[in-house]
Design a protein around this ligand. Structure first.
Ligand SMILES: Cc1cc2nc3c(=O)[nH]c(=O)nc-3n(C[C@H](O)[C@H](O)[C@H](O)COP(=O)(O)O)c2cc1C
Ligand code: SF4
Length: 596
């Protein structure tokens, strides 16, 4: 079950004793030793000539690193709302009962620990669990959970569990240009080289392609800025962190369309003048590492990576893969860069933006997986072809990860401008109450809004499309999202660290039936406060689901306000006056600190 034993020294040698490899080094050591003891961290600190406090700080930041002993089997049950809708909470309780293990603790015999993780990216085939940070079990059922507990008790390695359990299907339900026929490897690069770097950049600008990672920044402009930035060294980074609950399109692209992604990265390198590319692969997709590395190797032998790509002297570019360690905030581009440099994934203060000073302080373009795929298609088919698809302000197609209450969850690719109602019809959704578009940080739409359209002009999305029928309690949905943000806040700035926690406490109180309309008012005020006071987008969007559901599904909250009785010892007035403090605003949010 454990990988081959090696000494820390030999591992550090393999990573060239480079401090920016720290996250990868810790990941590999933990895969062998199960957890990272102080002694281990000291050896690493010594070997990399880093302060121990720095190494401990990094080990303590990422959720997939353990600085205390954990079970030989580490089970992480996916805790997204779509997993819960399929019974994951009950299955988790059952698993813990069968294995006689308490939440978040190691069983006394050291055999097993069972916890939760925010979302494994398997929303179309959940509930899912991640075993030992490497093996996925999809489509969990109570019977599968019982069988899994028995295998753990018999110490059967996860690699020998039924193969069907770890089957991950692409589930492409509707393909348009990006999920359809792929260009042959090398054709996009050849087309870009024929145009020349500035010519290809102009083609990209003509296409009006906007980034698919969420912010929708114009790709051509971003690459022009990176190209113009003065330095001998530029980097291209593919953001494959895909941590937004409800999103799994990048997983499918990485599984079956990776040639197109790597081709797009190589075209980016040609334009901005980079010699090194990095893919930041989320820890939950660790199982894709070997196939992706094999593909990179194949592209090297095909002359599509390495020196003198396609025979062009001086066009040298290669790609390395960095595996994350369980931190949603690392999807934010500057936090991602910090993580690539082997540090805690704390978002940077910007400006300077990554295109000027990114990875190792050099000009860097960070783009989403889908953006790189789109670039390859544009290189092959031209910018005006892409411009002709979609709407004037939102060109091309968008891939949606559809999950929740529908008959056919999976990937659906549509030109921008497609109606929400059309997607619901296609995926077999019935009696739909709400759709969460763009994940918890996106927008919650009620049935009145199903005529709205996907696009930067209207419903903006990075790709998640979660469907809730009328049997669902929208308060529970918002509660799950609030827990997600509190869990994932990196803790760097007070308004987000404390604010997300206060939101959860208010929601918990409402859930227990102790809430009142004032609690709802306070939630609104927390939203206002956090929106303008946080350091990065995570905190700024953390209250979006709350605001939307309070405004559009008020009865779901009122249901929880009905019983205005109080638990013994519960002081409602004190609770409320404390919360009122939180509504005053100052620049550093220090008032919130007092409520922590
Ligand atoms: C909290 C947070 C998480 C993010 N997660 C992702 C992610 O998983 N993938 C992604 O491409 N962009 C993510 N982003 C957006 C990135 O910061 C960045 O805008 C994007 O990678 C740029 O790529 P694009 O120009 O191709 O859209 C996230 C942003 C925030 C604030
Ligand atoms: S807003 Fe939240 S996630 Fe972002 S830096 Fe502040 S604490 Fe970290």
């Amino acid at each position: 079950m454990k990988p081959t034993e090696y000494s820390i020294e030999s591992l550090l040698d393999r990573h060239g004793h480079a401090p920016d490899r720290l996250v990868q080094i810790l990941r590999e050591i933990q895969a062998q030793r199960l957890w990272l003891s102080r002694q281990t961290l000291s050896e690493v600190a010594h070997g990399l000539q880093l302060p121990l406090a720095h190494v401990e700080g990094v080990a303590g930041f990422y959720r997939f690193f353990h600085d205390r002993p954990v079970g030989q089997y580490r089970v992480l049950m996916s805790d997204n709302i779509t997993d819960r809708m399929q019974g994951s909470e009950e299955m988790l309780r059952h698993l813990r009962h069968l294995l006689k293990v308490e939440p978040d603790t190691m069983r006394a015999d050291g055999r097993v620990s069972v916890s939760t993780t925010s979302c494994t990216g398997m929303c179309d085939q959940g509930p899912a669990a991640l075993i030992n940070h490497n093996h996925l079990v999809t489509r969990l059922t109570p019977a599968r959970v019982e069988h899994m507990a028995a295998l753990i008790e018999r110490q059967v390695p996860p690699g020998q569990w039924p193969a069907d359990w770890s089957r991950v299907d692409d589930q492409i339900r509707l393909a348009n240009v990006q999920l359809g026929v792929q260009p042959e490897p090398g054709v996009g690069i050849a087309a870009a080289m024929a145009r020349g770097a500035q010519g290809m950049l102009d083609e990209l600008k003509r296409s009006k392609l906007r980034g698919r990672g969420g912010a929708g920044y114009a790709t051509g402009t971003k690459w022009q800025l990176c190209r113009n930035a003065k330095s001998d060294t530029h980097y291209v980074v593919c953001n494959a962190d895909e941590g937004e609950p409800g999103t799994f399109k990048d997983r499918v692209l990485l599984t079956s369309y990776a040639d197109t992604i790597f081709e797009g990265m190589t075209i980016a390198a040609f334009i901005v003048g980079a010699q090194q590319g990095l893919v930041y692969l989320r820890g939950e997709y660790r199982y894709l590492l070997e196939p992706l590395e094999a593909l990179l190797q194949r592209r090297r032998t095909q002359g599509l990576l390495g020196n003198s790509i396609q025979g062009r002297a001086g066009f040298d570019f290669d790609i390395d893969i960095h595996v994350g360690a369980g931190a949603y905030v690392c999807g934010e581009e500057s936090a991602l860069i910090e993580s690539l440099e082997g540090k805690r994934g704390t978002p940077r203060i910007r400006p300077p933006f990554p295109v000027e000073r990114g990875y190792l302080n050099q000009p860097t373009t960070v783009n989403n997986v889908e953006t790189f795929c789109a670039v390859t298609h544009i290189a092959v088919h031209t910018g005006s072809w892409w411009l002709g698809i979609g709407t004037p302000h939102s060109t091309g197609t968008k891939i949606h990860s559809v999950s929740g209450d529908c008959e056919r969850p999976g990937l659906y690719e549509y030109p921008f401008g497609t109606r929400i109602g059309r997607i619901l019809e296609d995926c077999g959704a019935r009696d739909t109450q709400a759709v969460q578009v763009g994940g918890p940080s996106g927008v919650c739409l009620s049935a009145m809004e199903f005529n709205r359209r996907i696009g930067f002009e209207d419903v903006h999305t990075a790709g998640a499309f979660m469907v809730f029928d009328r049997s669902r309690d929208m308060f529970d949905v918002a509660h799950n999202f609030a827990q997600f943000f509190a869990h994932e806040s990196c803790g760097f700035c007070t308004p987000c660290r404390v604010g997300t926690e206060l939101v959860v406490r208010r929601m918990d109180k409402l859930k227990r039936g102790f809430g009142s309309s004032e609690d709802v008012q306070i939630l609104y005020e927390l939203d206002k406060l956090m929106h303008g006071a946080t350091h990065c987008g995570l905190g700024a969007t953390a209250c979006n689901p709350l605001r939307d559901t309070i405004a559009k599904f008020r009865p779901a909250y009122e249901k929880h306000m009905k019983s205005l009785h109080f638990a013994p010892g519960f002081d409602m007035d004190a609770e409320l006056s404390q919360s009122r403090l939180a509504t005053g605003r100052d620049d550093n949010g220090a008032h919130l600190e007092t409520l922590a």
